[in-house]
Design a protein around this ligand. Structure first.
Ligand code: 3HC
Ligand code: NAI
Length: 692
């Protein structure tokens, strides 16, 4: 075995040359890897003893793509295209041997090989769209030549990782070899290619499948239409589609040029920059400076959930899905039955859609033990409380839990706003107490705010961070404060939305501006969906807010066809003249002078105070980094990933501009807009949040 460079080896076995990459963690195509590949292929091609070449990777995966950390920096070494040219023009057959994930540029390298051999656990995909890009190394031109236009469109716009079996069925993998025997299998395959003297077919020359779609623009139009809602606001899916169109309509080399142009358009834009930032931010959020990776964790083999309401049921499902048994406790028999019934119904609905078998449903339900006795939690390693949001009740529950739970068990609360330290203080073991703030619906939403109390132990934090991954959540560690990170910032936006409708805007104006910004829904449409009467008590009503007045008029939201909007039988929303009247009347009674409010003002009034609040959260140390705040907003509230989250977006706008507006609003509208000291300092020093 000869080292080509620090990350590439070349060896010869019989008449097969083997190029081995070893560049942890994921063999990404860094300058060193590109150099190594070029050197190794040059050597293999020059070596007269070599009749065919196998490309294989050490470590956990085949090449997982371009090295994203190099993007935006000056390129060194050979380009990926240079390397691909060497491989594709090799006079000797090239076989890519794939395990783990062949993604993005990694699959594009495999696509310039003549054959692809993989183990059954391997996956392949072009996930560039998820970082706001498209496959920029010929992937959009070569993939449809193998899998056809429809499958290629789906793969490049979803970024899905296709499992080996399916990849084999669609011709992307030529052969599957025994798990754990990739090297032997690929060499045997290469020997057979040589023995049979198979012709050197190149993917670029396979035209049949792209020609089949030529002159059929309706394929693309139908695809765009079917996915319009999903692609809303994103640039990358459209550019990916255009590339596949180019593959169909242009000769190969012209198609490559079109791909390059569309790739550069995305690469230099702000959306991809935001999405690449988010890719790393999500991984960064898992790292807690004072809780190193090797911190001991507590084995969690059995979980308890207290309260089988909206949240308790969803929380339980997360663990059942991961095969962890759950005991669920209720105070009321009927709520227990209803809660368990909803869990079963959710699973059965998933089964109806074909995403679970009935057997899976029964297996998951068999892991669930419903009970009316807190004592049933005695053997649980972690217990999550999800009872009513009232401090006295939470304290009562934790006092009792302290007596029942086994020593070392994690005691978690799902509170949305309450002081986790005050809850911990009623126990004899505050070090075991943590907040686990799930988002609704808890079995669907990816975010999990982990709330670190003053005394929460590092073991408990490390365990919850790891466990979050096991149950498919994105954990973000936050500190104790009212509403933690997400709801605390949301309160800023909600307050301004309410003020704006009295000052001159209408609910549909505010909703439209925020929807167009990319949020899934405006605050008023959201209220209608949730129900205006949540938390409204007819016995105590006093017409003190527009919402209360609407409830008094029996406008309860979507559920009874009228709220801030009027709804038709298909739940289509229409601005309501009645609500307009209510708002005008309400403002007049409070002597609020209504005025013209621009869309720009709506946006700035709703979003700048969120950025400012985020800065306060950072300043108080309630979030570790600005990027953690962005991860909260993207995964918990549907902030559009293409603008990177509120903090990244604030920097995109310019922190100086945000601050100047906050100062102006502060002078005109009062203390709700008081700029954070951190924001002032960063602007004065010309710095960004990452320097905070
Ligand atoms: N470039 C640089 N670093 C990368 C990387 C990449 N393409 N992919 C992963 N990494 C890093 C991660 O940041 C992480 O670093 P850390 O340990 O310091 O935090 C480490 O590798 C391990 O990654 P994960 O924690 O994500 O490990 P998993 O095992 O959970 O997942 C994976 C592995 C499925 C490969 C996942 O990392 C992934 O999806 N990576 C991105 C794949 C991708 O987007 N490829 C396309 C790149 S763009 C491209 O190829 C353009 C081309 O068309 C020209
Ligand atoms: P819910 O009202 O739907 O359910 C609470 C359940 O707890 C009820 O079924 C009730 O009978 C039961 N319960 C009350 N006291 C109990 C006790 N002592 N022992 C056992 N069971 C008891 O409430 P929801 O919405 O599920 O909220 C639960 C917690 O989750 C609250 O702290 C809330 O703030 C928080 N939360 C709620 C979110 C939401 O969107 N609904 C989102 C995130 C957090």
């Amino acid at each position: 075995m000869a080292a080509i460079n620090a990350v590439t080896d070349f060896s010869v076995e019989g008449d097969i040359g083997v190029v081995t990459l070893n560049s942890p963690p994921v063999n990404a195509l860094s300058a060193a890897v590109r150099e190594g590949l070029q050197g190794a292929f040059d050597a293999a091609i020059a070596d007269a003893a070599v009749k065919a070449i196998v490309l294989i990777c050490d470590g956990k995966t085949f090449i997982a793509g371009a090295d994203i950390t190099e993007f935006g920096k000056a390129m060194t070494g050979p380009s990926l295209q240079d390397v691909q040219n060497v491989i594709e023009n090799s006079p000797k057959p090239v076989i890519a041997a794939i395990h783990g994930t062949a993604l993005g540029g990694g699959l594009e390298v495999a696509l310039v090989a003549n054959y692809r051999v993989a183990v059954p656990s391997a996956k392949a995909g072009l996930p560039e769209v998820n970082i706001g890009l498209l496959p920029g190394a010929g992937g959009t031109q070569r993939l449809p030549r193998i899998v056809g236009v429809e499958k290629a469109l789906e793969m490049v716009t979803t970024g899905q990782h296709v499992p080996a079996k399916a990849a084999h069925a669609m011709g992307l993998f030529d052969e599957l070899v025994e798990e754990g025997k990739l090297r032997e299998g690929a060499i045997a395959f290469a020997k057979a290619v040589v023995a049979e003297n198979r012709p050197l077919k190149k993917v670029r020359d396979l035209n049949e499948k792209v020609e089949a779609a030529r002159g059929k623009p309706e394929i693309f139009e139908a695809f765009r239409k079917a996915n319009a809602k999903k692609f809303r606001g994103f640039m990358a899916p459209e550019n990916n589609i255009k590339c596949i169109e180019a593959a169909v309509n242009l000769p190969f080399d012209e198609g490559l040029k079109a791909e390059r142009k569309l790739f550069m358009e995305l690469m230099t834009g702000s959306q991809s920059a935001a999405q690449r930032y988010v890719f790393f931010a999500e991984r960064q959020a898992a790292k807690i400076p004072d809780v190193p990776d090797d911190t001991p964790t507590i084995p969690v083999k059995k979980v308890g959930v207290i309260g089988a309401g909206t949240m308790g049921g969803g929380i339980a499902m997360n663990f059942l899905n991961a095969g962890i048994p759950v005991t669920i406790i209720e105070a009321k028999q009927e709520n227990l039955e209803r809660g368990v019934g909803i869990i079963r119904k959710n699973y059965e609905n998933t089964a109806k859609k074909g995403r679970l078998t009935q057997d899976d449903v029964e297996k998951r339900m068999a892991l669930l033990t419903p009970s009316m006795e807190m004592e049933a939690l005695a053997d649980c390693d972690m217990i999550i409380e999800a009872v009513f949001e009232l401090m006295e009740i939470k304290k009562e529950v934790f006092t009792k839990l302290d007596k029942i739970a086994k020593p070392g068990a994690i005691l978690a609360t799902n509170t949305s706003y309450l002081d986790v330290d005050a809850i911990a203080a009623v126990t004899s073991r505050p070090e075991s107490v943590i907040g686990t703030h799930f988002f609704s619906p808890a079995n669907v939403m990816r975010l999990l705010e982990l709330v670190r109390g003053d005394k929460t132990s590092k073991d408990v934090i490390a365990t919850c961070m790891k466990l979050s991954k096991t149950i498919g959540k994105v954990p973000v560690l936050v500190g104790v404060c009212y509403g933690f990170v997400g709801n605390r910032m949301l309160a800023q936006r909600q307050r301004e939305a309410q003020k704006l409708i009295l000052e001159g805007a209408m609910p549909w104006d505010v909703d439209r501006v925020l929807y167009d910004f990319g949020l899934p829904m405006g605050p008023f449409a959201m209220s209608d969906l949730a129900g205006l009467d949540i938390g409204w008590d007819p016995a105590k009503t006093s017409s003190s807010t527009v919402r209360e007045v609407l409830c008094e008029m029996d406008r309860r939201g979507q559920k009874n066809g009228k709220g801030f909007y009027d709804y038709d039988e298909n739940r289509n929303a229409k601005p309501s003249p009645v609500v307009e009247e209510v708002i005008r009347d309400f403002a007049e009674k409070r002597q609020i002078q209504r005025r013209e409010i621009t869309d720009q003002e709506i946006l700035e009034r709703c979003l700048y105070p969120m950025v400012n609040e985020g800065a306060k959260i950072l300043e108080e140390g309630k979030a570790i980094r600005a990027s953690d705040i962005d991860i909260v907003w993207i995964n918990g509230y549907g902030w559009p990933v293409y603008s990177g989250g509120p903090m990244f977006w604030g920097e995109l706008v310019g922190l100086d501009k945000v601050l100047a507006k906050m100062k102006q609003f502060h002078a005109e509208l009062g203390d709700d807009f008081k700029p954070s000291a951190l924001l002032e300092r960063l602007v004065a020093e010309g710095k960004g949040f990452k320097d905070a």
